[in-house]
Design a protein around this ligand. Sequence first.
Ligand code: FES
Length: 355
Amino acid sequence: MSRFHSLKIKDIRQETADCVSIAFEIPESLQKEFSFKPGQHLTLKTTLEGEDVRRNYSLCSCPSEKEWRIAVKKIPGGRFSTFANEQLNVGDSIEVMPPIGKFVCETKPEQAKHYLAFAAGSGITPVISILKSVLKNEPESLFTLFYINQRTDTIIFKEELENLKNLYLRRFSLHHILTKEDTGSDLLSGRPTPEKIKRLAKTLFELEDVDEYYVCGPEDMIQGIRDTLQELGVEKDRIHFELFTTGRKATSGPKWTAPQGAVAARITITIDGNTFTFDQSSPEKTILDAAYETGADLPFACKGGVCCTCKAKLLKGEAEMEVNYGLEPDEVASGYILTCQAHPKTEELVLSFDE
Ligand code: FES
């Protein structure tokens, strides 16, 4: 089970007016644990006004750069992102969990594929890591990127992308879509509606030429693009997507009510080889929150059913999840649950974070 490590900040770069990228110093002894695949993210933890606050940020560096760098865009009202943008300094230390995540691309030098990505705003962070890995490690592969932003001045990594385009002219096609600025092209200005995606697929790329699709950004955009690609005949397993959430559950959304028959439960949890039991008296609480109140230190980050940091295997009993954006159907079928979303449905539950 992954645990937090205190890491020193090596470098901070202002990427746009409201986005910084932060690189960490990884001591030799932790480099193996922090090895990562392009597209994975780090979980950062700090205490703000007495509260344990955690967030996931994708690595924007690629493994061969031997750098661990994330980008943090300041979200209006976002506590962690404001703290990271305004208060963190080079030399400060912060708690960081080793890289995890399933939105990955495993490159192989002998592979010749065409990758196509749609990234919106800070959704570029895992995508640029994947992009750099493909360009560097798969000399015969092509990459097409549609990068959606409001305006030119909000484009994160603008210069780095331009440099990559110049360096890999033949293999990398970059198209900026601006939602609040006129790009001179109707297709690349305004929101990428399903109708526009369909037109892009006729004019700027050929569906049959693309092997893998990567989509990363806010939920509505991801779903719209994924649905459109599927409508055009792209198989589900060729569309990889990552949802960037802004803590939907913590701020809004309907309150979950315990299902009929939801019960108080005795819950036994194994983590890192240690087992403990507690009584959860209110089924309307999630298992993660109930365990946290007893003082248990369980892993979590988004608390929105997205990142899977809180994933555990249910070995006995039943639980119901409010939402699940992260687990695959076969994981659910094998008994995995997101503890930040799960409520007990039987009087006894046994679960493990070690499986
Ligand atoms: S903490 Fe992210 S899915 Fe539960």
